[in-house]
Ligand binder design. Sequence first.
Ligand code: G6P
Length: 610
Amino acid sequence: MCGIFGYLGNKNSIKACLNGLKLLEYRGYDSAGIATIKNGSLINFKASGKLISLEKKINIKNLNLDLAIGHTRWATHGAANEKNAHPHLDEMKNVAIVHNGIIENYDILKKDLQSKGVKFRSETDSEVIAQLIFKNYKKNLLDATLKTLKEVKGSLAIVVIHKNHPHEIVAATRESPLAIGFDDKKNEFIISSDPNAFSGRNLNVIFLKNNEIAHIKKNDLIVINLRKQKVHKKFEKLNSKNLIFSKKGFEHFLLKEIFDQPLTIQKAYLGRAIEDKGQVEFEHLNFTKKFLSKIDNIIVTACGTSYHASLIAKAYFEDQANIRTSAEIASEMRFKNLLITKNTLVIAISQSGETADTMAALKAAKAKGAKTLSIVNVQNSTISRFTDESIFLKAGPERSVCSTKAFSSQITVLYLFAIYLARLRDMKKREAILFLKELKKIPLKIRKVLKISSLINEQAKKYAKFDSFFFLGRNLMYPTAMEAALKLKEISYLNANAYPAGEMKHGPLALISNKLPVIAFCSNEKTYDKMLSSLMEAKARGAPILAFATKNSYGIEDIADDVIWLEKTTDELAIFPSSVAAQLFAYYVAKIRKTDIDQPRNLAKSVTVE
Ligand code: G6P
């Protein structure tokens, strides 16, 4: 979690740091801070809340210095206040550090230091690192950091400065990503937890691996391991185009990203689907055809919205390709007895490619010898570099914490991948052509949903007064309902309980009253009649019902109080129009409720702690 940024070079370091932190703010916005060295003293600025509060505290003109480190925080240990904001300093204000990760033995280390009289300022686990580096310091910052790394347990990415070393930065990592970018002449060094912060720059980039330590001085960079041996690092040329951070006239990034979807789905589809041949191709997918055609077990793992895509993947792989598939919540998967054989494929789905739980699940799978594939949006991300193969979503940067366009691109890629696997088995060309043709029509169908956004807004006005909801669906409309409920929870802060409609009668029906509306997803023909019966049961007990249903469906108008009509497609693809309509519904409810739509409270876009 959190974003780390460090700068050493010939430009204004504070300005560089603030710009870098802006690009990382999606990783957490509970507080932010920057430290630098001026005239032999450490200067530290901190503010709780978003980066803008920090910016207001700093007068850049007075600080034309060539080194700075910064951090944007998502609270783990200690409240989300200024005291707990990074950078953290040692008691004597000699050392400043920024840290991502969790120090597992911080309690023991802290108590030990306190027993020796060391005073702590924060409730964080991170502060212990600064105090230890100070304790271990004997005129050599690298050695002091190295010694400290051997004392702390847990995951970390740290960047360290010391007041006696105004042209020196030490950075180290263990189980938490850290990249260093530099220009050809090594005039500037940028250290970041996320290459997103290198946006707009053409840089040479190295990614630190576990227990590697980078020692950066003016025009010089070396990397060593814990035994102090030099590590030869190959750099990659990152030709990072300026990320487009414009809302393009929309009031929020979320709304812009919802409206981006016809285009982003096309991007995920184009160049991969060869409709007239009924074939699918993925660029740079180097698994052998022999392996692909022998896969008899797929485990799909992910978190949050991406986990809901995994549930859809399970249905696609089982229905189209006849491959037994399980969808696993990543934070649970690593504790299970994973039944992996040489014919198992483990797929990780992640927008950011940085989610720690998903990484941990992947590591557990790899340790058991699984072949791994990632479906990610961010290129060069930790997960995409860790898996054997990757397929990219090409959805462009997703800025709003609540995921929308990445989700529909994930579904697109998963559907294509299911056809790809099915064609290696027994799916006929004719059948594949039909599947691909239907998928190709989806962007148009989503455009039609976007056109009725004002109608959805009207429904949102009616339902925003309720505090609690049931989201119901059956078959593929159940994961659709789960994802729709998550959207409402995330951005409206309302209680939304997703259930397979058939389960209502086995308990949850007891909650139904006229104060608890049902939001029903009815666009799967296979279960349509059963869905109507479940809704009748809810209606009989007074629940207000808003239904998302396919145009011309019979019966639903007589049961539901309100219906939002959607374009017809197949059961497999009905998730597209339904979830876009649900995204708009959640957006408008959140607007009425006046929440922080792009950066909802307590959340972060990329969760890099387990
Ligand atoms: C966070 C975000 C969610 C996201 C989840 C998984 O919790 O707030 O929107 O779905 O992480 O993220 P990933 O980047 O792995 O898809």
